[in-house]
Design a protein around this ligand. Structure first.
Ligand code: SF4
Ligand code: NI
Ligand code: NI
Length: 708
């Protein structure tokens, strides 16, 4: 059988199964029953993107079948075969949608199945920073489980996001590969249809970050081909359905590398029988470049391990966490005072443990020097320590400054991990990530209780205090330069953030100081200074130079931007915002929802639904993506009355921002404990209950001018 016929045969198998499933859904649930994947605002995303139709009920699935059939023409042209791939993808999505309709949880742990919008949005920042350099989709079964684990682990250590379909999942479980969405190794499902859930991720990236119109399939294909650095690896023997899925991948511009020979199409379909070479072949064909840093440590060091947890029972040693002191400090020194790559441990190492888990005091002092280094960069570098330590396989880091909390796992200890390796990792990453400001770096780790206590008092605390003073003095009024950040343009082509001292980037990862340091590191990069000149409207926060910078950076898509208003020319959003706020007209204010909150809000929408109202670099008055830290800023929608407009937040978010919010509200409005006037889900998620609560508390929003 030739390749085309194999594809058509596979497609017909999907078709048959999809028709069967739809029939079953009609019999069991009736045509009016709703059809949806969990927590997405994009209906059945693939069908929505391809056709522009939102399928929401069992009855409409019949229409979806017809739409997919429209792609069938079993001819001799290459496009016929590729269209069969598209049809297969649509059938597979129908099959999966029915699974979610008939069953409460079709993908129990450790399987993932569908990913929510919020999960996809959370990948935004690591993708644009190329912290996640690519996406691997592994289908099938490797020749043995050791091979499977080795391949998956190597992708993980390179930072890639790996999706698995088929027996390879069990092989990795057998070998104890650390898996989960936080560890970038995701088990989609055992059946080939489940591969649609990664196609759905790529398609939703295009809808969410790219703001590509539903129905403009051509544009979606272009977006995915250009911007989603994904590829497919097929192991073991293929069957017709796998090949038809492969045709869908190729139609989306995602190359496939197969272990068993199928056929070869340059740059799109490659045969690589040698398991040792599959990773290299895959990275080359997608042109993914991995930055390798040689680090002297006996365990893996990769951003993929950032989300790894060390549980109590797996713990060998622990620093901080209220049991001992633990703090960290980056300080700038004169170039003559730093000995590059000197790593010293003063006090006992973890192998002196007399009981497990071993609790010991800990301090790490990182001395850096360089011609372009500034004291302003100290906190920027210091905050990276959290990530650097977390990147170590078998080490968990929480907190910062003198509330640091670090755990080292038993497994890492057994592999030979010792305290000096923390120094090695910090050294390598500092030199690597901050190469143009850090010329020399020296690390001292203290575990002697007296030294840790004494140096905290004499060195660390005064340094933290000086910095806090500097931060408090950093107001928009006191600087003459803002920064534009266009990092997210690799996914949201016309989005630009303007970062000011009182308004950080909407991803939450870029403060004004970060922006300043980033500019120093990469003078011609994505972050550029913007002079704060040509004031047009102080209340709205409009400066002509700022608007001009946005216009240039957005290639003309947006020409006027206000920094302090959500109604008039608000800043655009990309898709990776930590929080979204939206207007509740009846309460004369706004709700704010963070990405982690999954339930509905008093505006009748979830985070995902609110988030889908904006994004892709488009200005949407009334909706605005922003960072967590922006709540508590006196510039938060100050044009519309400021923080007093906040009427509802999820409880977790409210607690997180409570202190800053209360201080700001006291200064702005002389209100005590303002956070207590803000409603949350434990009080009400309905508009009526919200209003009652606000009235009872005398919330200030009720007496402000009408918001619209
Ligand atoms: Fe993206 Fe804005 Fe964050 Fe820059 S500051 S990474 S553009 S969200
Ligand atoms: Ni973004
Ligand atoms: Ni904060």
């Amino acid at each position: 059988m030739n390749l085309f016929n194999i594809i058509y045969s596979g497609m017909n198998q999907y078709l048959e199964l999809a028709e069967e499933m739809v029939k079953k859904a009609i019999t069991e649930k009736g045509k009016d029953a709703s059809v949806k994947f969990p927590s997405t605002a994009y209906a059945l995303p693939v069908i929505y993107a391809v056709t522009g139709e939102k399928i929401t009920t069992v009855g409409e699935l019949e229409k979806a079948l017809e739409l997919a059939k429209g792609y069938i023409q079993e001819g001799k042209l290459l496009q016929n075969a590729l269209d069969a791939g598209t049809a297969s993808a649509m059938f597979a999505e129908i099959i999966e949608a029915v699974k979610y309709t008939l069953e409460e949880n079709p993908y129990p742990e450790p399987l993932q199945g569908h990913l929510t919008d919020a999960q996809i949005r959370a990948f935004g920042v690591p993708l644009v920073t190329q912290d996640i350099p690519g996406v691997a989709v592994i289908i099938g079964k490797c020749k043995d489980s050791a091979t499977a684990a080795a391949i998956v682990k190597e992708y993980q250590e390179k930072g890639l996001l790996t999706f698995m379909v088929g027996k390879v999942i069990d092989q990795c479980i057998e070998e104890g590969v650390k898996m989960g969405i936080d560890l970038r190794v995701i088990s989609l499902g055992y059946e080939i249809e489940s591969v649609i859930h990664v196609v759905s991720v790529a398609i939703r990236a295009s809808l969410i970050f790219g703001a590509v119109a539903p129905g403009d399939f051509q544009a979606h294909k272009q977006y995915i081909k250009d911007r989603v650095m994904a590829f497919v690896n097929v192991f073991d023997d293929w069957d017709d359905k796998i090949i038809a899925a492969g045709a869908a991948a190729i139609e989306l511009g995602l190359p496939a590398v197969t272990e068993t020979f199928i056929n070869e199409v340059p740059t799109l379909l490659l045969h690589q029988p040698d398991n040792d070479k599959v990773i290299q072949t895959s990275l080359e064909v997608r042109n993914i470049k991995i930055k390798v840093t040689k680090i002297d440590a006996p365990v893996g060091v990769s951003s993929a391990f950032e989300g790894e947890r060390i549980r109590k029972n797996d713990m060998y040693a622990e620093f901080g966490g209220q049991k001992t002191k633990a703090w960290e400090l980056v300080r700038m020194k004169d170039i003559s005072e730093v000995e590059d790559h000197k790593i010293e441990v003063i006090g006992p190492d973890i192998d002196t443990a007399d009981k497990i888990p071993y609790n010991m005091p800990f301090a790490v002092v990182v001395d850096v020097a360089g011609r372009s280094m500034e004291t302003d960069f100290e906190p920027v570098l210091e905050r990276r320590l959290h990530y650097f330590m977390n990147y170590i396989e078998g080490v968990m880091h929480i907190g910062q400054r003198n509330i640091a909390w670090i755990r080292i796992g038993k497994e890492a200890f057994e592999k030979g991990f010792r305290l000096k390796h923390i120094g090695e990792v910090i050294y390598a990453k500092m030199r690597d990530d901050f190469d143009s400001v850090v010329d020399k770096c020296q690390i001292t780790i203290y575990t002697d209780a007296d030294m840790v206590a004494k140096l905290e008092k004499e060195v660390a605390l005064p340094r933290y205090a000086t910095r806090d003073e500097r931060l408090a003095s950093l107001l928009d009024e006191n600087v003459d330069t803002f920064y534009s950040c266009a990092l997210c343009q690799s996914f949201a082509p016309s989005h630009v953030c303007i970062v000011t001292p009182e308004r950080l980037g909407l991803c939450g990862a870029v403060s004004w100081l970060d922006a300043k340091a980033t500019k120093e590191l990469d003078p011609t990069g994505a972050v550029q200074p913007v002079p704060k000149t040509g004031v047009e409207d102080e209340r709205l926060g409009i400066w002509s130079e700022v608007s001009k910078a946005v216009e240039t950076s957005s290639q003309g898509a947006v020409s006027r931007v206000s920094l302090y208003s959500i109604l008039e020319d608000p800043m655009t959003s990309c898709g990776c915002f930590e929080c979204i706020c939206g207007i509740v007209p009846e309460a004369n204010g706004v709700v704010i929802v963070n990405r982690e909150f999954g339930d509905v809000t008093p505006v009748g929408m979830t985070f995902g639904e609110l988030a889908s109202m904006t994004g892709g670099g488009v200005q949407t008055p009334g909706f605005m993506g922003h960072g967590r830290h922006f709540i508590g800023s006196k510039k938060f929608m100050s044009a519309e009355g400021g923080l007093a407009r906040i009427v509802w937040m999820p409880k977790e978010l409210k607690e997180d921002v409570r202190d800053r919010l209360n201080i700001a509200a006291k200064e702005l409005y002389n209100i005590d404990n303002f956070a207590d006037m803000i409603c949350d889900e434990t009080i009400s998620t309905e508009s009526e209950g919200l209003l009652e609560f606000l009235e009872e508390k005398g919330h200030p929003a009720l007496s402000l001018d009408p918001i619209m």
